[in-house]
Design a protein around this ligand. Structure first.
Ligand SMILES: *[C@@H]1O[C@H](CO)[C@@H](O)[C@H](O)[C@H]1NC(C)=O
Ligand SMILES: *[C@@H]1O[C@H](CO)[C@@H](O)[C@H](O)[C@H]1NC(C)=O
Ligand SMILES: *[C@@H]1O[C@H](CO)[C@@H](O)[C@H](O)[C@H]1NC(C)=O
Ligand SMILES: *[C@@H]1O[C@H](CO)[C@@H](O)[C@H](O)[C@H]1NC(C)=O
Ligand SMILES: *[C@@H]1O[C@H](CO)[C@@H](O)[C@H](O)[C@H]1NC(C)=O
Ligand SMILES: *[C@@H]1O[C@H](CO)[C@@H](O)[C@H](O)[C@H]1NC(C)=O
Ligand SMILES: *[C@@H]1O[C@H](CO)[C@@H](O)[C@H](O)[C@H]1NC(C)=O
Ligand SMILES: *[C@@H]1O[C@H](CO)[C@@H](O)[C@H](O)[C@H]1NC(C)=O
Ligand SMILES: *[C@@H]1O[C@H](CO)[C@@H](O)[C@H](O)[C@H]1NC(C)=O
Ligand SMILES: *[C@@H]1O[C@H](CO)[C@@H](O)[C@H](O)[C@H]1NC(C)=O
Length: 487
């Protein structure tokens, strides 16, 4: 074991280095994190995330757990690209009606040849650039200038069918393959999608209609999906009207999503904002999201397929995110979580006019685990159920799911929460035979409830202090341990 003192001094080194990031220091951070991951053994009764929050606690000031000023360890800055070209040079026409699929594909093919020669940047100027799917390449920056709008084609043929993800075994909505995302990447490194508040608009209405009228043949595509990719930055843009989940990093590492606006109509089905899925070291910060589903949903594969693939999501930071979703939650964890989810920090979340603030979703058959989740500084207004743990809607990929595969959920710390104009008290439901353990709730005020509203808990256990209204019996174990006390 590394002693606490050692940990602190190493974290202070990391803290100091945040101001001058360089490859050497990033490598050091990486090495240190790897070392800790290998060395930390489970010894406490219930896990408080020891490593990851420690990083945050020691690296910045502020209230609660504090936090670093940015997630600068997550994305390694790329040098300016050697080649910069405009989409116009590849025959692009920004009139809103001419298809630019061929232009984008030609541009990327050209830029691929610079991947190992200093990289390339593709500029999209002011205009409306209609396109079908195109794939990105490594060491590429896609830059949307002010007033640039990339429009997703409304012809399903422009979103070809690709293989399902191995951790899902099938399309999420329909059996078999699935439509590719509008902007897609597979096995890439050092990719940047950024600009001067340009817009990528998926024109998802056609897809939502297919879903509503039950004529959808294959699972809808994402606006942006990156598979198996490393060192990704998505920033300073507006994404709108995704057919399905808006940003989907899956099997990725070191992803920074920063200063994004993500919008979809509040009734558009399954238009999640950002879904880190079986990915490591993902930071989502300073984003405004409003959509018809979770603002952020952390996932890791579906039932037996996710269990077999065993690819977890871990080291996820979600901070300074705000928005609204009338039917879903601010941050959702699950329900697909079969590869495991651990070390998630949610800090400074502001949710309004939504169905739930934080929701942890599991189900029988999922297997996997959710462990070491830290939720701090949450502000809610007119949220129906501020905190909700739920146990599924019998939603399985096929008949092959294993009813004995129960998810293990433990180590959930929730602190400094205010919920105003609340409809219902927290609703915490674990699974029979696999309770949610090690819940710590502190400094929580749920305001605006009718006097008859009480916490409702089943198959959960933990501790609490300074929680109002008084939590359920299951969270009143008087066995104060250091990491869950209010003094
Ligand atoms: C959660 O934290 C505990 C330490 O408190 C650690 O032993 C455990 O491995 C962590 N869980 C995961 C899945 O990382
Ligand atoms: C991308 O550029 C880096 C240097 O910045 C280089 O090490 C790497 O090999 C390049 N990737 C590809 C796929 O060419
Ligand atoms: C884009 O990537 C997908 C999946 O990696 C692949 O099936 C497809 O052929 C690629 N499309 C183009 C135009 O290269
Ligand atoms: C991934 O990309 C690298 C180059 O960056 C290449 O060598 C490798 O073959 C690719 N792997 C797959 C599975 O496509
Ligand atoms: C956020 O992005 C907008 C453009 O979308 C830009 O004007 C602004 O400077 C960015 N803010 C920060 C803090 O980078
Ligand atoms: C970016 O543009 C969107 C509209 O497309 C707007 O809602 C948002 O406020 C803009 N953000 C900035 C930072 O200018
Ligand atoms: C379903 O919606 C699609 C897309 O709007 C439309 O083309 C199709 O005619 C609709 N089908 C039915 C049965 O309403
Ligand atoms: C966002 O845009 C601002 C203003 O141009 C720039 O200073 C900043 O570096 C950009 N941030 C990212 C993460 O792209
Ligand atoms: C309790 O939470 C509120 C709001 O989140 C915060 O302002 C206050 O400082 C917290 N109190 C303590 C003792 O941490
Ligand atoms: C726990 O029990 C001790 C001793 O009985 C008591 O002093 C303390 O106030 C109790 N704490 C809580 C949170 O109920």
């Amino acid at each position: 074991m590394i002693s606490e003192g050692d940990q602190n001094s190493i974290f202070n080194t990391i803290k100091a280095s945040f101001t001058r990031p360089s490859w050497a220091i990033l490598l050091l951070i990486f090495a240190v994190l790897t070392l800790f991951t290998l060395q930390i053994t489970s010894k406490s009764v219930f896990p408080i995330p020891p490593l990851f929050p420690a990083t945050i606690e020691n690296s910045g000031s502020g209230s609660g757990f504090g936090g670093p000023k940015s997630c600068s360890g997550f994305f390694a800055e790329v040098p300016p690209r050697k080649v910069v070209k405009s989409i116009v040079e590849f025959g692009g026409v920004g009139d809103g009606t001419t298809s630019n699929t061929a232009a984008f594909r030609a541009a990327v093919a050209y830029m691929e040849s610079f991947a190992d020669r200093g990289g390339a940047q593709l500029n999209v100027p002011r205009g409306r650039w209609l396109t079908g799917n195109f794939n990105l390449t490594s060491n590429l920056t896609l830059f949307l200038e002010e007033g640039a709008v990339i429009l997703g084609s409304e012809d399903p043929e422009d979103w070809p069918i690709i293989e399902p993800l191995p951790s899902y075994g099938r399309g999420r909505e329909r059996l078999g393959g699935r439509h590719i995302s509008l902007i897609h990447g597979n096995n890439l490194t050092n990719v940047v999608i950024t600009g001067q508040n340009g817009t990528i608009d998926g024109q998802g209405k056609m897809w939502w209609d297919l879903w509503w009228n039950r004529t959808l043949e294959h699972t809808r595509g994402h606006l942006v999906e990156l598979i198996d990719s490393h060192n990704i930055l998505i920033s300073n843009l507006t994404f709108r009207n995704s057919p399905f989940w808006t940003i989907h990093p899956v099997y990725c590492s070191n992803v920074l999503i920063k200063n994004m606006t993500i919008l979809a109509p509040l009734k558009a089905p399954n238009t999640d904002g950002i879904d880190p899925d079986s990915s490591m070291n993902v930071c989502i910060e300073d984003c405004y999201i409003e959509s018809g589903d979770d603002l952020v949903a952390v996932k890791s594969g579906w039932d037996q397929y996710g269990i077999t693939m065993a690819r977890p999501s871990s080291n996820i930071i979600i901070r300074r995110v705000s928005g609204t979703t009338p039917t879903c939650s601010g941050v959702g964890i699950g329900s697909e979580m079969s590869g495991g989810i651990s070390n998630v920090i949610v800090d400074d979340l502001h949710v309004r006019d939504s169905a739930a603030g934080i929701r942890i979703k599991t189900d029988k058959g999922r297997g996997g685990y959710i462990e070491n989740i830290t939720i701090n500084n949450i502000k809610m207004e007119r949220v129906k159920i501020p905190l909700r743990f739920s146990r599924g809607a019998n939603d399985h990929p096929d008949e092959g799911w294993d009813p004995k595969a129960l998810p293990q959920v433990k180590g959930i710390v929730v602190s400094n929460v205010v919920s105003l104009d609340t409809k219902k008290a927290p609703l915490l439901e674990g699974i029979e035979g696999s309770p949610v353990e090690g819940i710590c709730m502190k400094n929580i005020s749920i305001v605006g409830l009718a006097p008859s509203m009480a916490w409702s808990c089943e198959f959960v256990s933990g501790y609490s202090c300074d929680v109002w209204p008084k939590p359920c019996q299951q969270l009143q174990k008087n066995d104060s341990i250091p990491w869950c006390s209010c003094t």
